[in-house]
Design a protein around this ligand. Structure first.
Ligand code: NDP
Ligand code: HSE
Length: 450
């Protein structure tokens, strides 16, 4: 492999010296921003000792100042709806972006980085869409860009990939990375709560995005998968590279059927390094979709808004990370960890390790990746239907691992579980089945991929 070194400005990054204040601007005072401000105030002494100097919050930017006027903790701070002028203050050295969205925060983060200020953000949508541009700006300015809270809130998975596993070769990263959808699927399965009520409760608890479509359609998890794949495989993977299917098509019937077969439906994010017969890497793939997980698999018991991530690495073996994946305080914990890192570097000098997409593996289309399908269909109840339908699979070279037939009203209920096959072949089979004269309906198709 030709050497491709991490980008970065040459030279030292001197610090301002022990005991000096580090000026911080907080952009956003919603679910996460409010908790960040609370923790900075409550832990101020400990933070000062860990950083080597006090954190001085210079100001807070919000969209509607009148909503926050007089709220505790904002005394003696600049409260503004003009984030740009807050960033521009000479005494602001670290900018914490907790607004959300893509275009406006991109402008703010670039403004901060270009002005030589380090940035901490919890914004996965922004990082997954613009990591290249943001990293380049941070490297050129010689400042830090931290985003631990962007993936799985309190679980320190980004730092673990960036630092602890930096010497290993990662093969696969998979798991539950969206708290809202896990909360919804868990509530539907365990309490029989409706999808709508469960989503409303997840929103009330502060787990959901400002537009919860991002959660339920899988976009939030896809952004996180892009970040995980980029970090883990040292290859730039963006949101657009990630196959994405959310939970909106999962019905109460699907959940009941999964329970009957001792399985649980989870929204999984899966990032894989693909290898050929010689073990050489041929590319990487990242995807998000609901999957059936056997009840004795550790992911099946991840309940409420918890997240869990498995990392498989050549030398480390299999690692599992579990914890709070959403909510104000858990996310603020990760933001504060980053803030301590960025502030320490302002005091003592140096930079955090930047991301390094040197490997530049091709991103392989999901259609080429091996997966397994669990297909549920209603078919005509006639002699020979089973062998006719089995032929559809055989002709496509896909072997079956289980077939179950149940009597039901007008026809028969047929459940088919495949062995591993290329996603594109499985899709084609489902298309053919939908048009087959003996198939009344393909009721559901869920992958098995834990
Ligand atoms: P909220 O919607 O609760 O808060 C957003 C904040 O941004 C509000 O204070 C809002 O102001 C402010 N804001 C909006 N527009 C502007 C603007 N133009 N200028 C200045 N301020 C503005 O979001 P969250 O706190 O939930 O999320 C923040 C970020 O953290 C997002 O990127 C999200 O994806 C990420 N995140 C969230 C997690 C969670 O569990 N909630 C977990 C992990 C990451 P105002 O108060 O006046 O409306
Ligand atoms: N909306 C996100 C979730 C917040 O539910 O996981 C944490 O990133």
């Amino acid at each position: 492999m030709t050497a491709r070194y991490a980008e970065g400005r040459n030279g030292n990054y001197p610090g301002k010296g022990i005991g000096q204040e580090v000026g911080v601007a907080i952009l956003g005072k919603g679910t996460v921003g409010s908790e960040v401000l609370r923790l900075i105030s409550e832990f101020s002494e400990n933070l000062e000792n860990r950083i080597g100097g006090p954190i001085a919050v210079r100001g807070v930017a919000v969209s509607d100042v009148s909503k926050h006027q007089g709220s505790p903790g904002l005394e003696n701070l600049q409260l503004t709806d003009d984030a740009r002028s807050l960033i521009d203050r000479d005494d602001v050295e670290v900018v914490v972006e907790l607004i959300g969205g893509i275009d406006y925060p991109r402008e703010l983060v670039l403004q901060a980085l270009n002005a030589g200020k380090s940035v901490v953000t919890a914004n996965k949508a922004l990082v997954a869409a613009h990591a290249d541009e943001l990293s380049r700006a941070a490297n050129e300015a010689g400042v830090d860009l931290y985003y631990e809270a962007a993936v799985a809130a309190a679980i320190p998975v980004v730092g673990m990939l960036r630092r602890s596993l930096a010497g290993d070769q990662i093969q696969r990263i998979s798991g539950i990375v969206n708290g809202t959808t896990n909360f919804i699927l868990d509530a539907m399965a365990t309490t029989g709560m409706s999808y709508e009520d469960a989503l409303a409760e997840a929103t009330r608890l502060g787990y959901a995005e400002a537009d919860p479509t991002a959660d339920v359609e899988g976009h939030d998890a896809a952004s996180k998968a892009a970040i995980l794949a980029s970090m883990g495989f040292h290859t730039r993977v963006t949101y657009d590279d990630v196959y994405c299917e959310g939970i909106t098509k999962i019905t109460a019937d699907d959940i009941a059927a999964a329970r009957q077969s001792n399985e649980t439906i989870k929204l999984l994010a899966i990032c894989e390094r693909l290898v050929d017969d010689t073990g050489a890497t041929t590319g990487v793939n990242a995807r998000v979709h609901p999957a059936l997980v056997p009840n004795d698999h550790p992911l099946a018991s991840v309940d409420k808004s918890y997240n869990a991530i498995f990392v498989e690495a050549e030398a480390a073996g299999r690692l599992m990370f579990y914890g709070n994946g959403a909510g104000g305080a858990p996310t603020a914990s990760a933001v504060l960890g980053d803030l301590v890192g960025a502030a320490r570097n302002k005091i003592h000098g140096g930079r955090a390790p930047a991301d390094n997409p040197y490997a530049d593996y091709p991103v392989v289309e999901f259609g080429e990746v091996l997966t397994r399908y669990h297909i549920n269909m209603t078919v005509n109840d006639r002699v020979g239907v089973l062998s006719d339908l089995a032929r559809e699979f055989a002709e496509a070279g896909v072997s079956l691992s289980a077939v179950r037939q149940e009597e039901s009203g007008d026809g028969a209920h047929l459940i088919v579980v495949t062995h591993e096959a290329a996603e594109k072949d499985l899709r084609r089979i489902v298309e053919n089945l939908s048009e087959h004269r003996d198939v009344q309906a393909v009721d559901s198709v869920i992958r098995l991929d834990a």
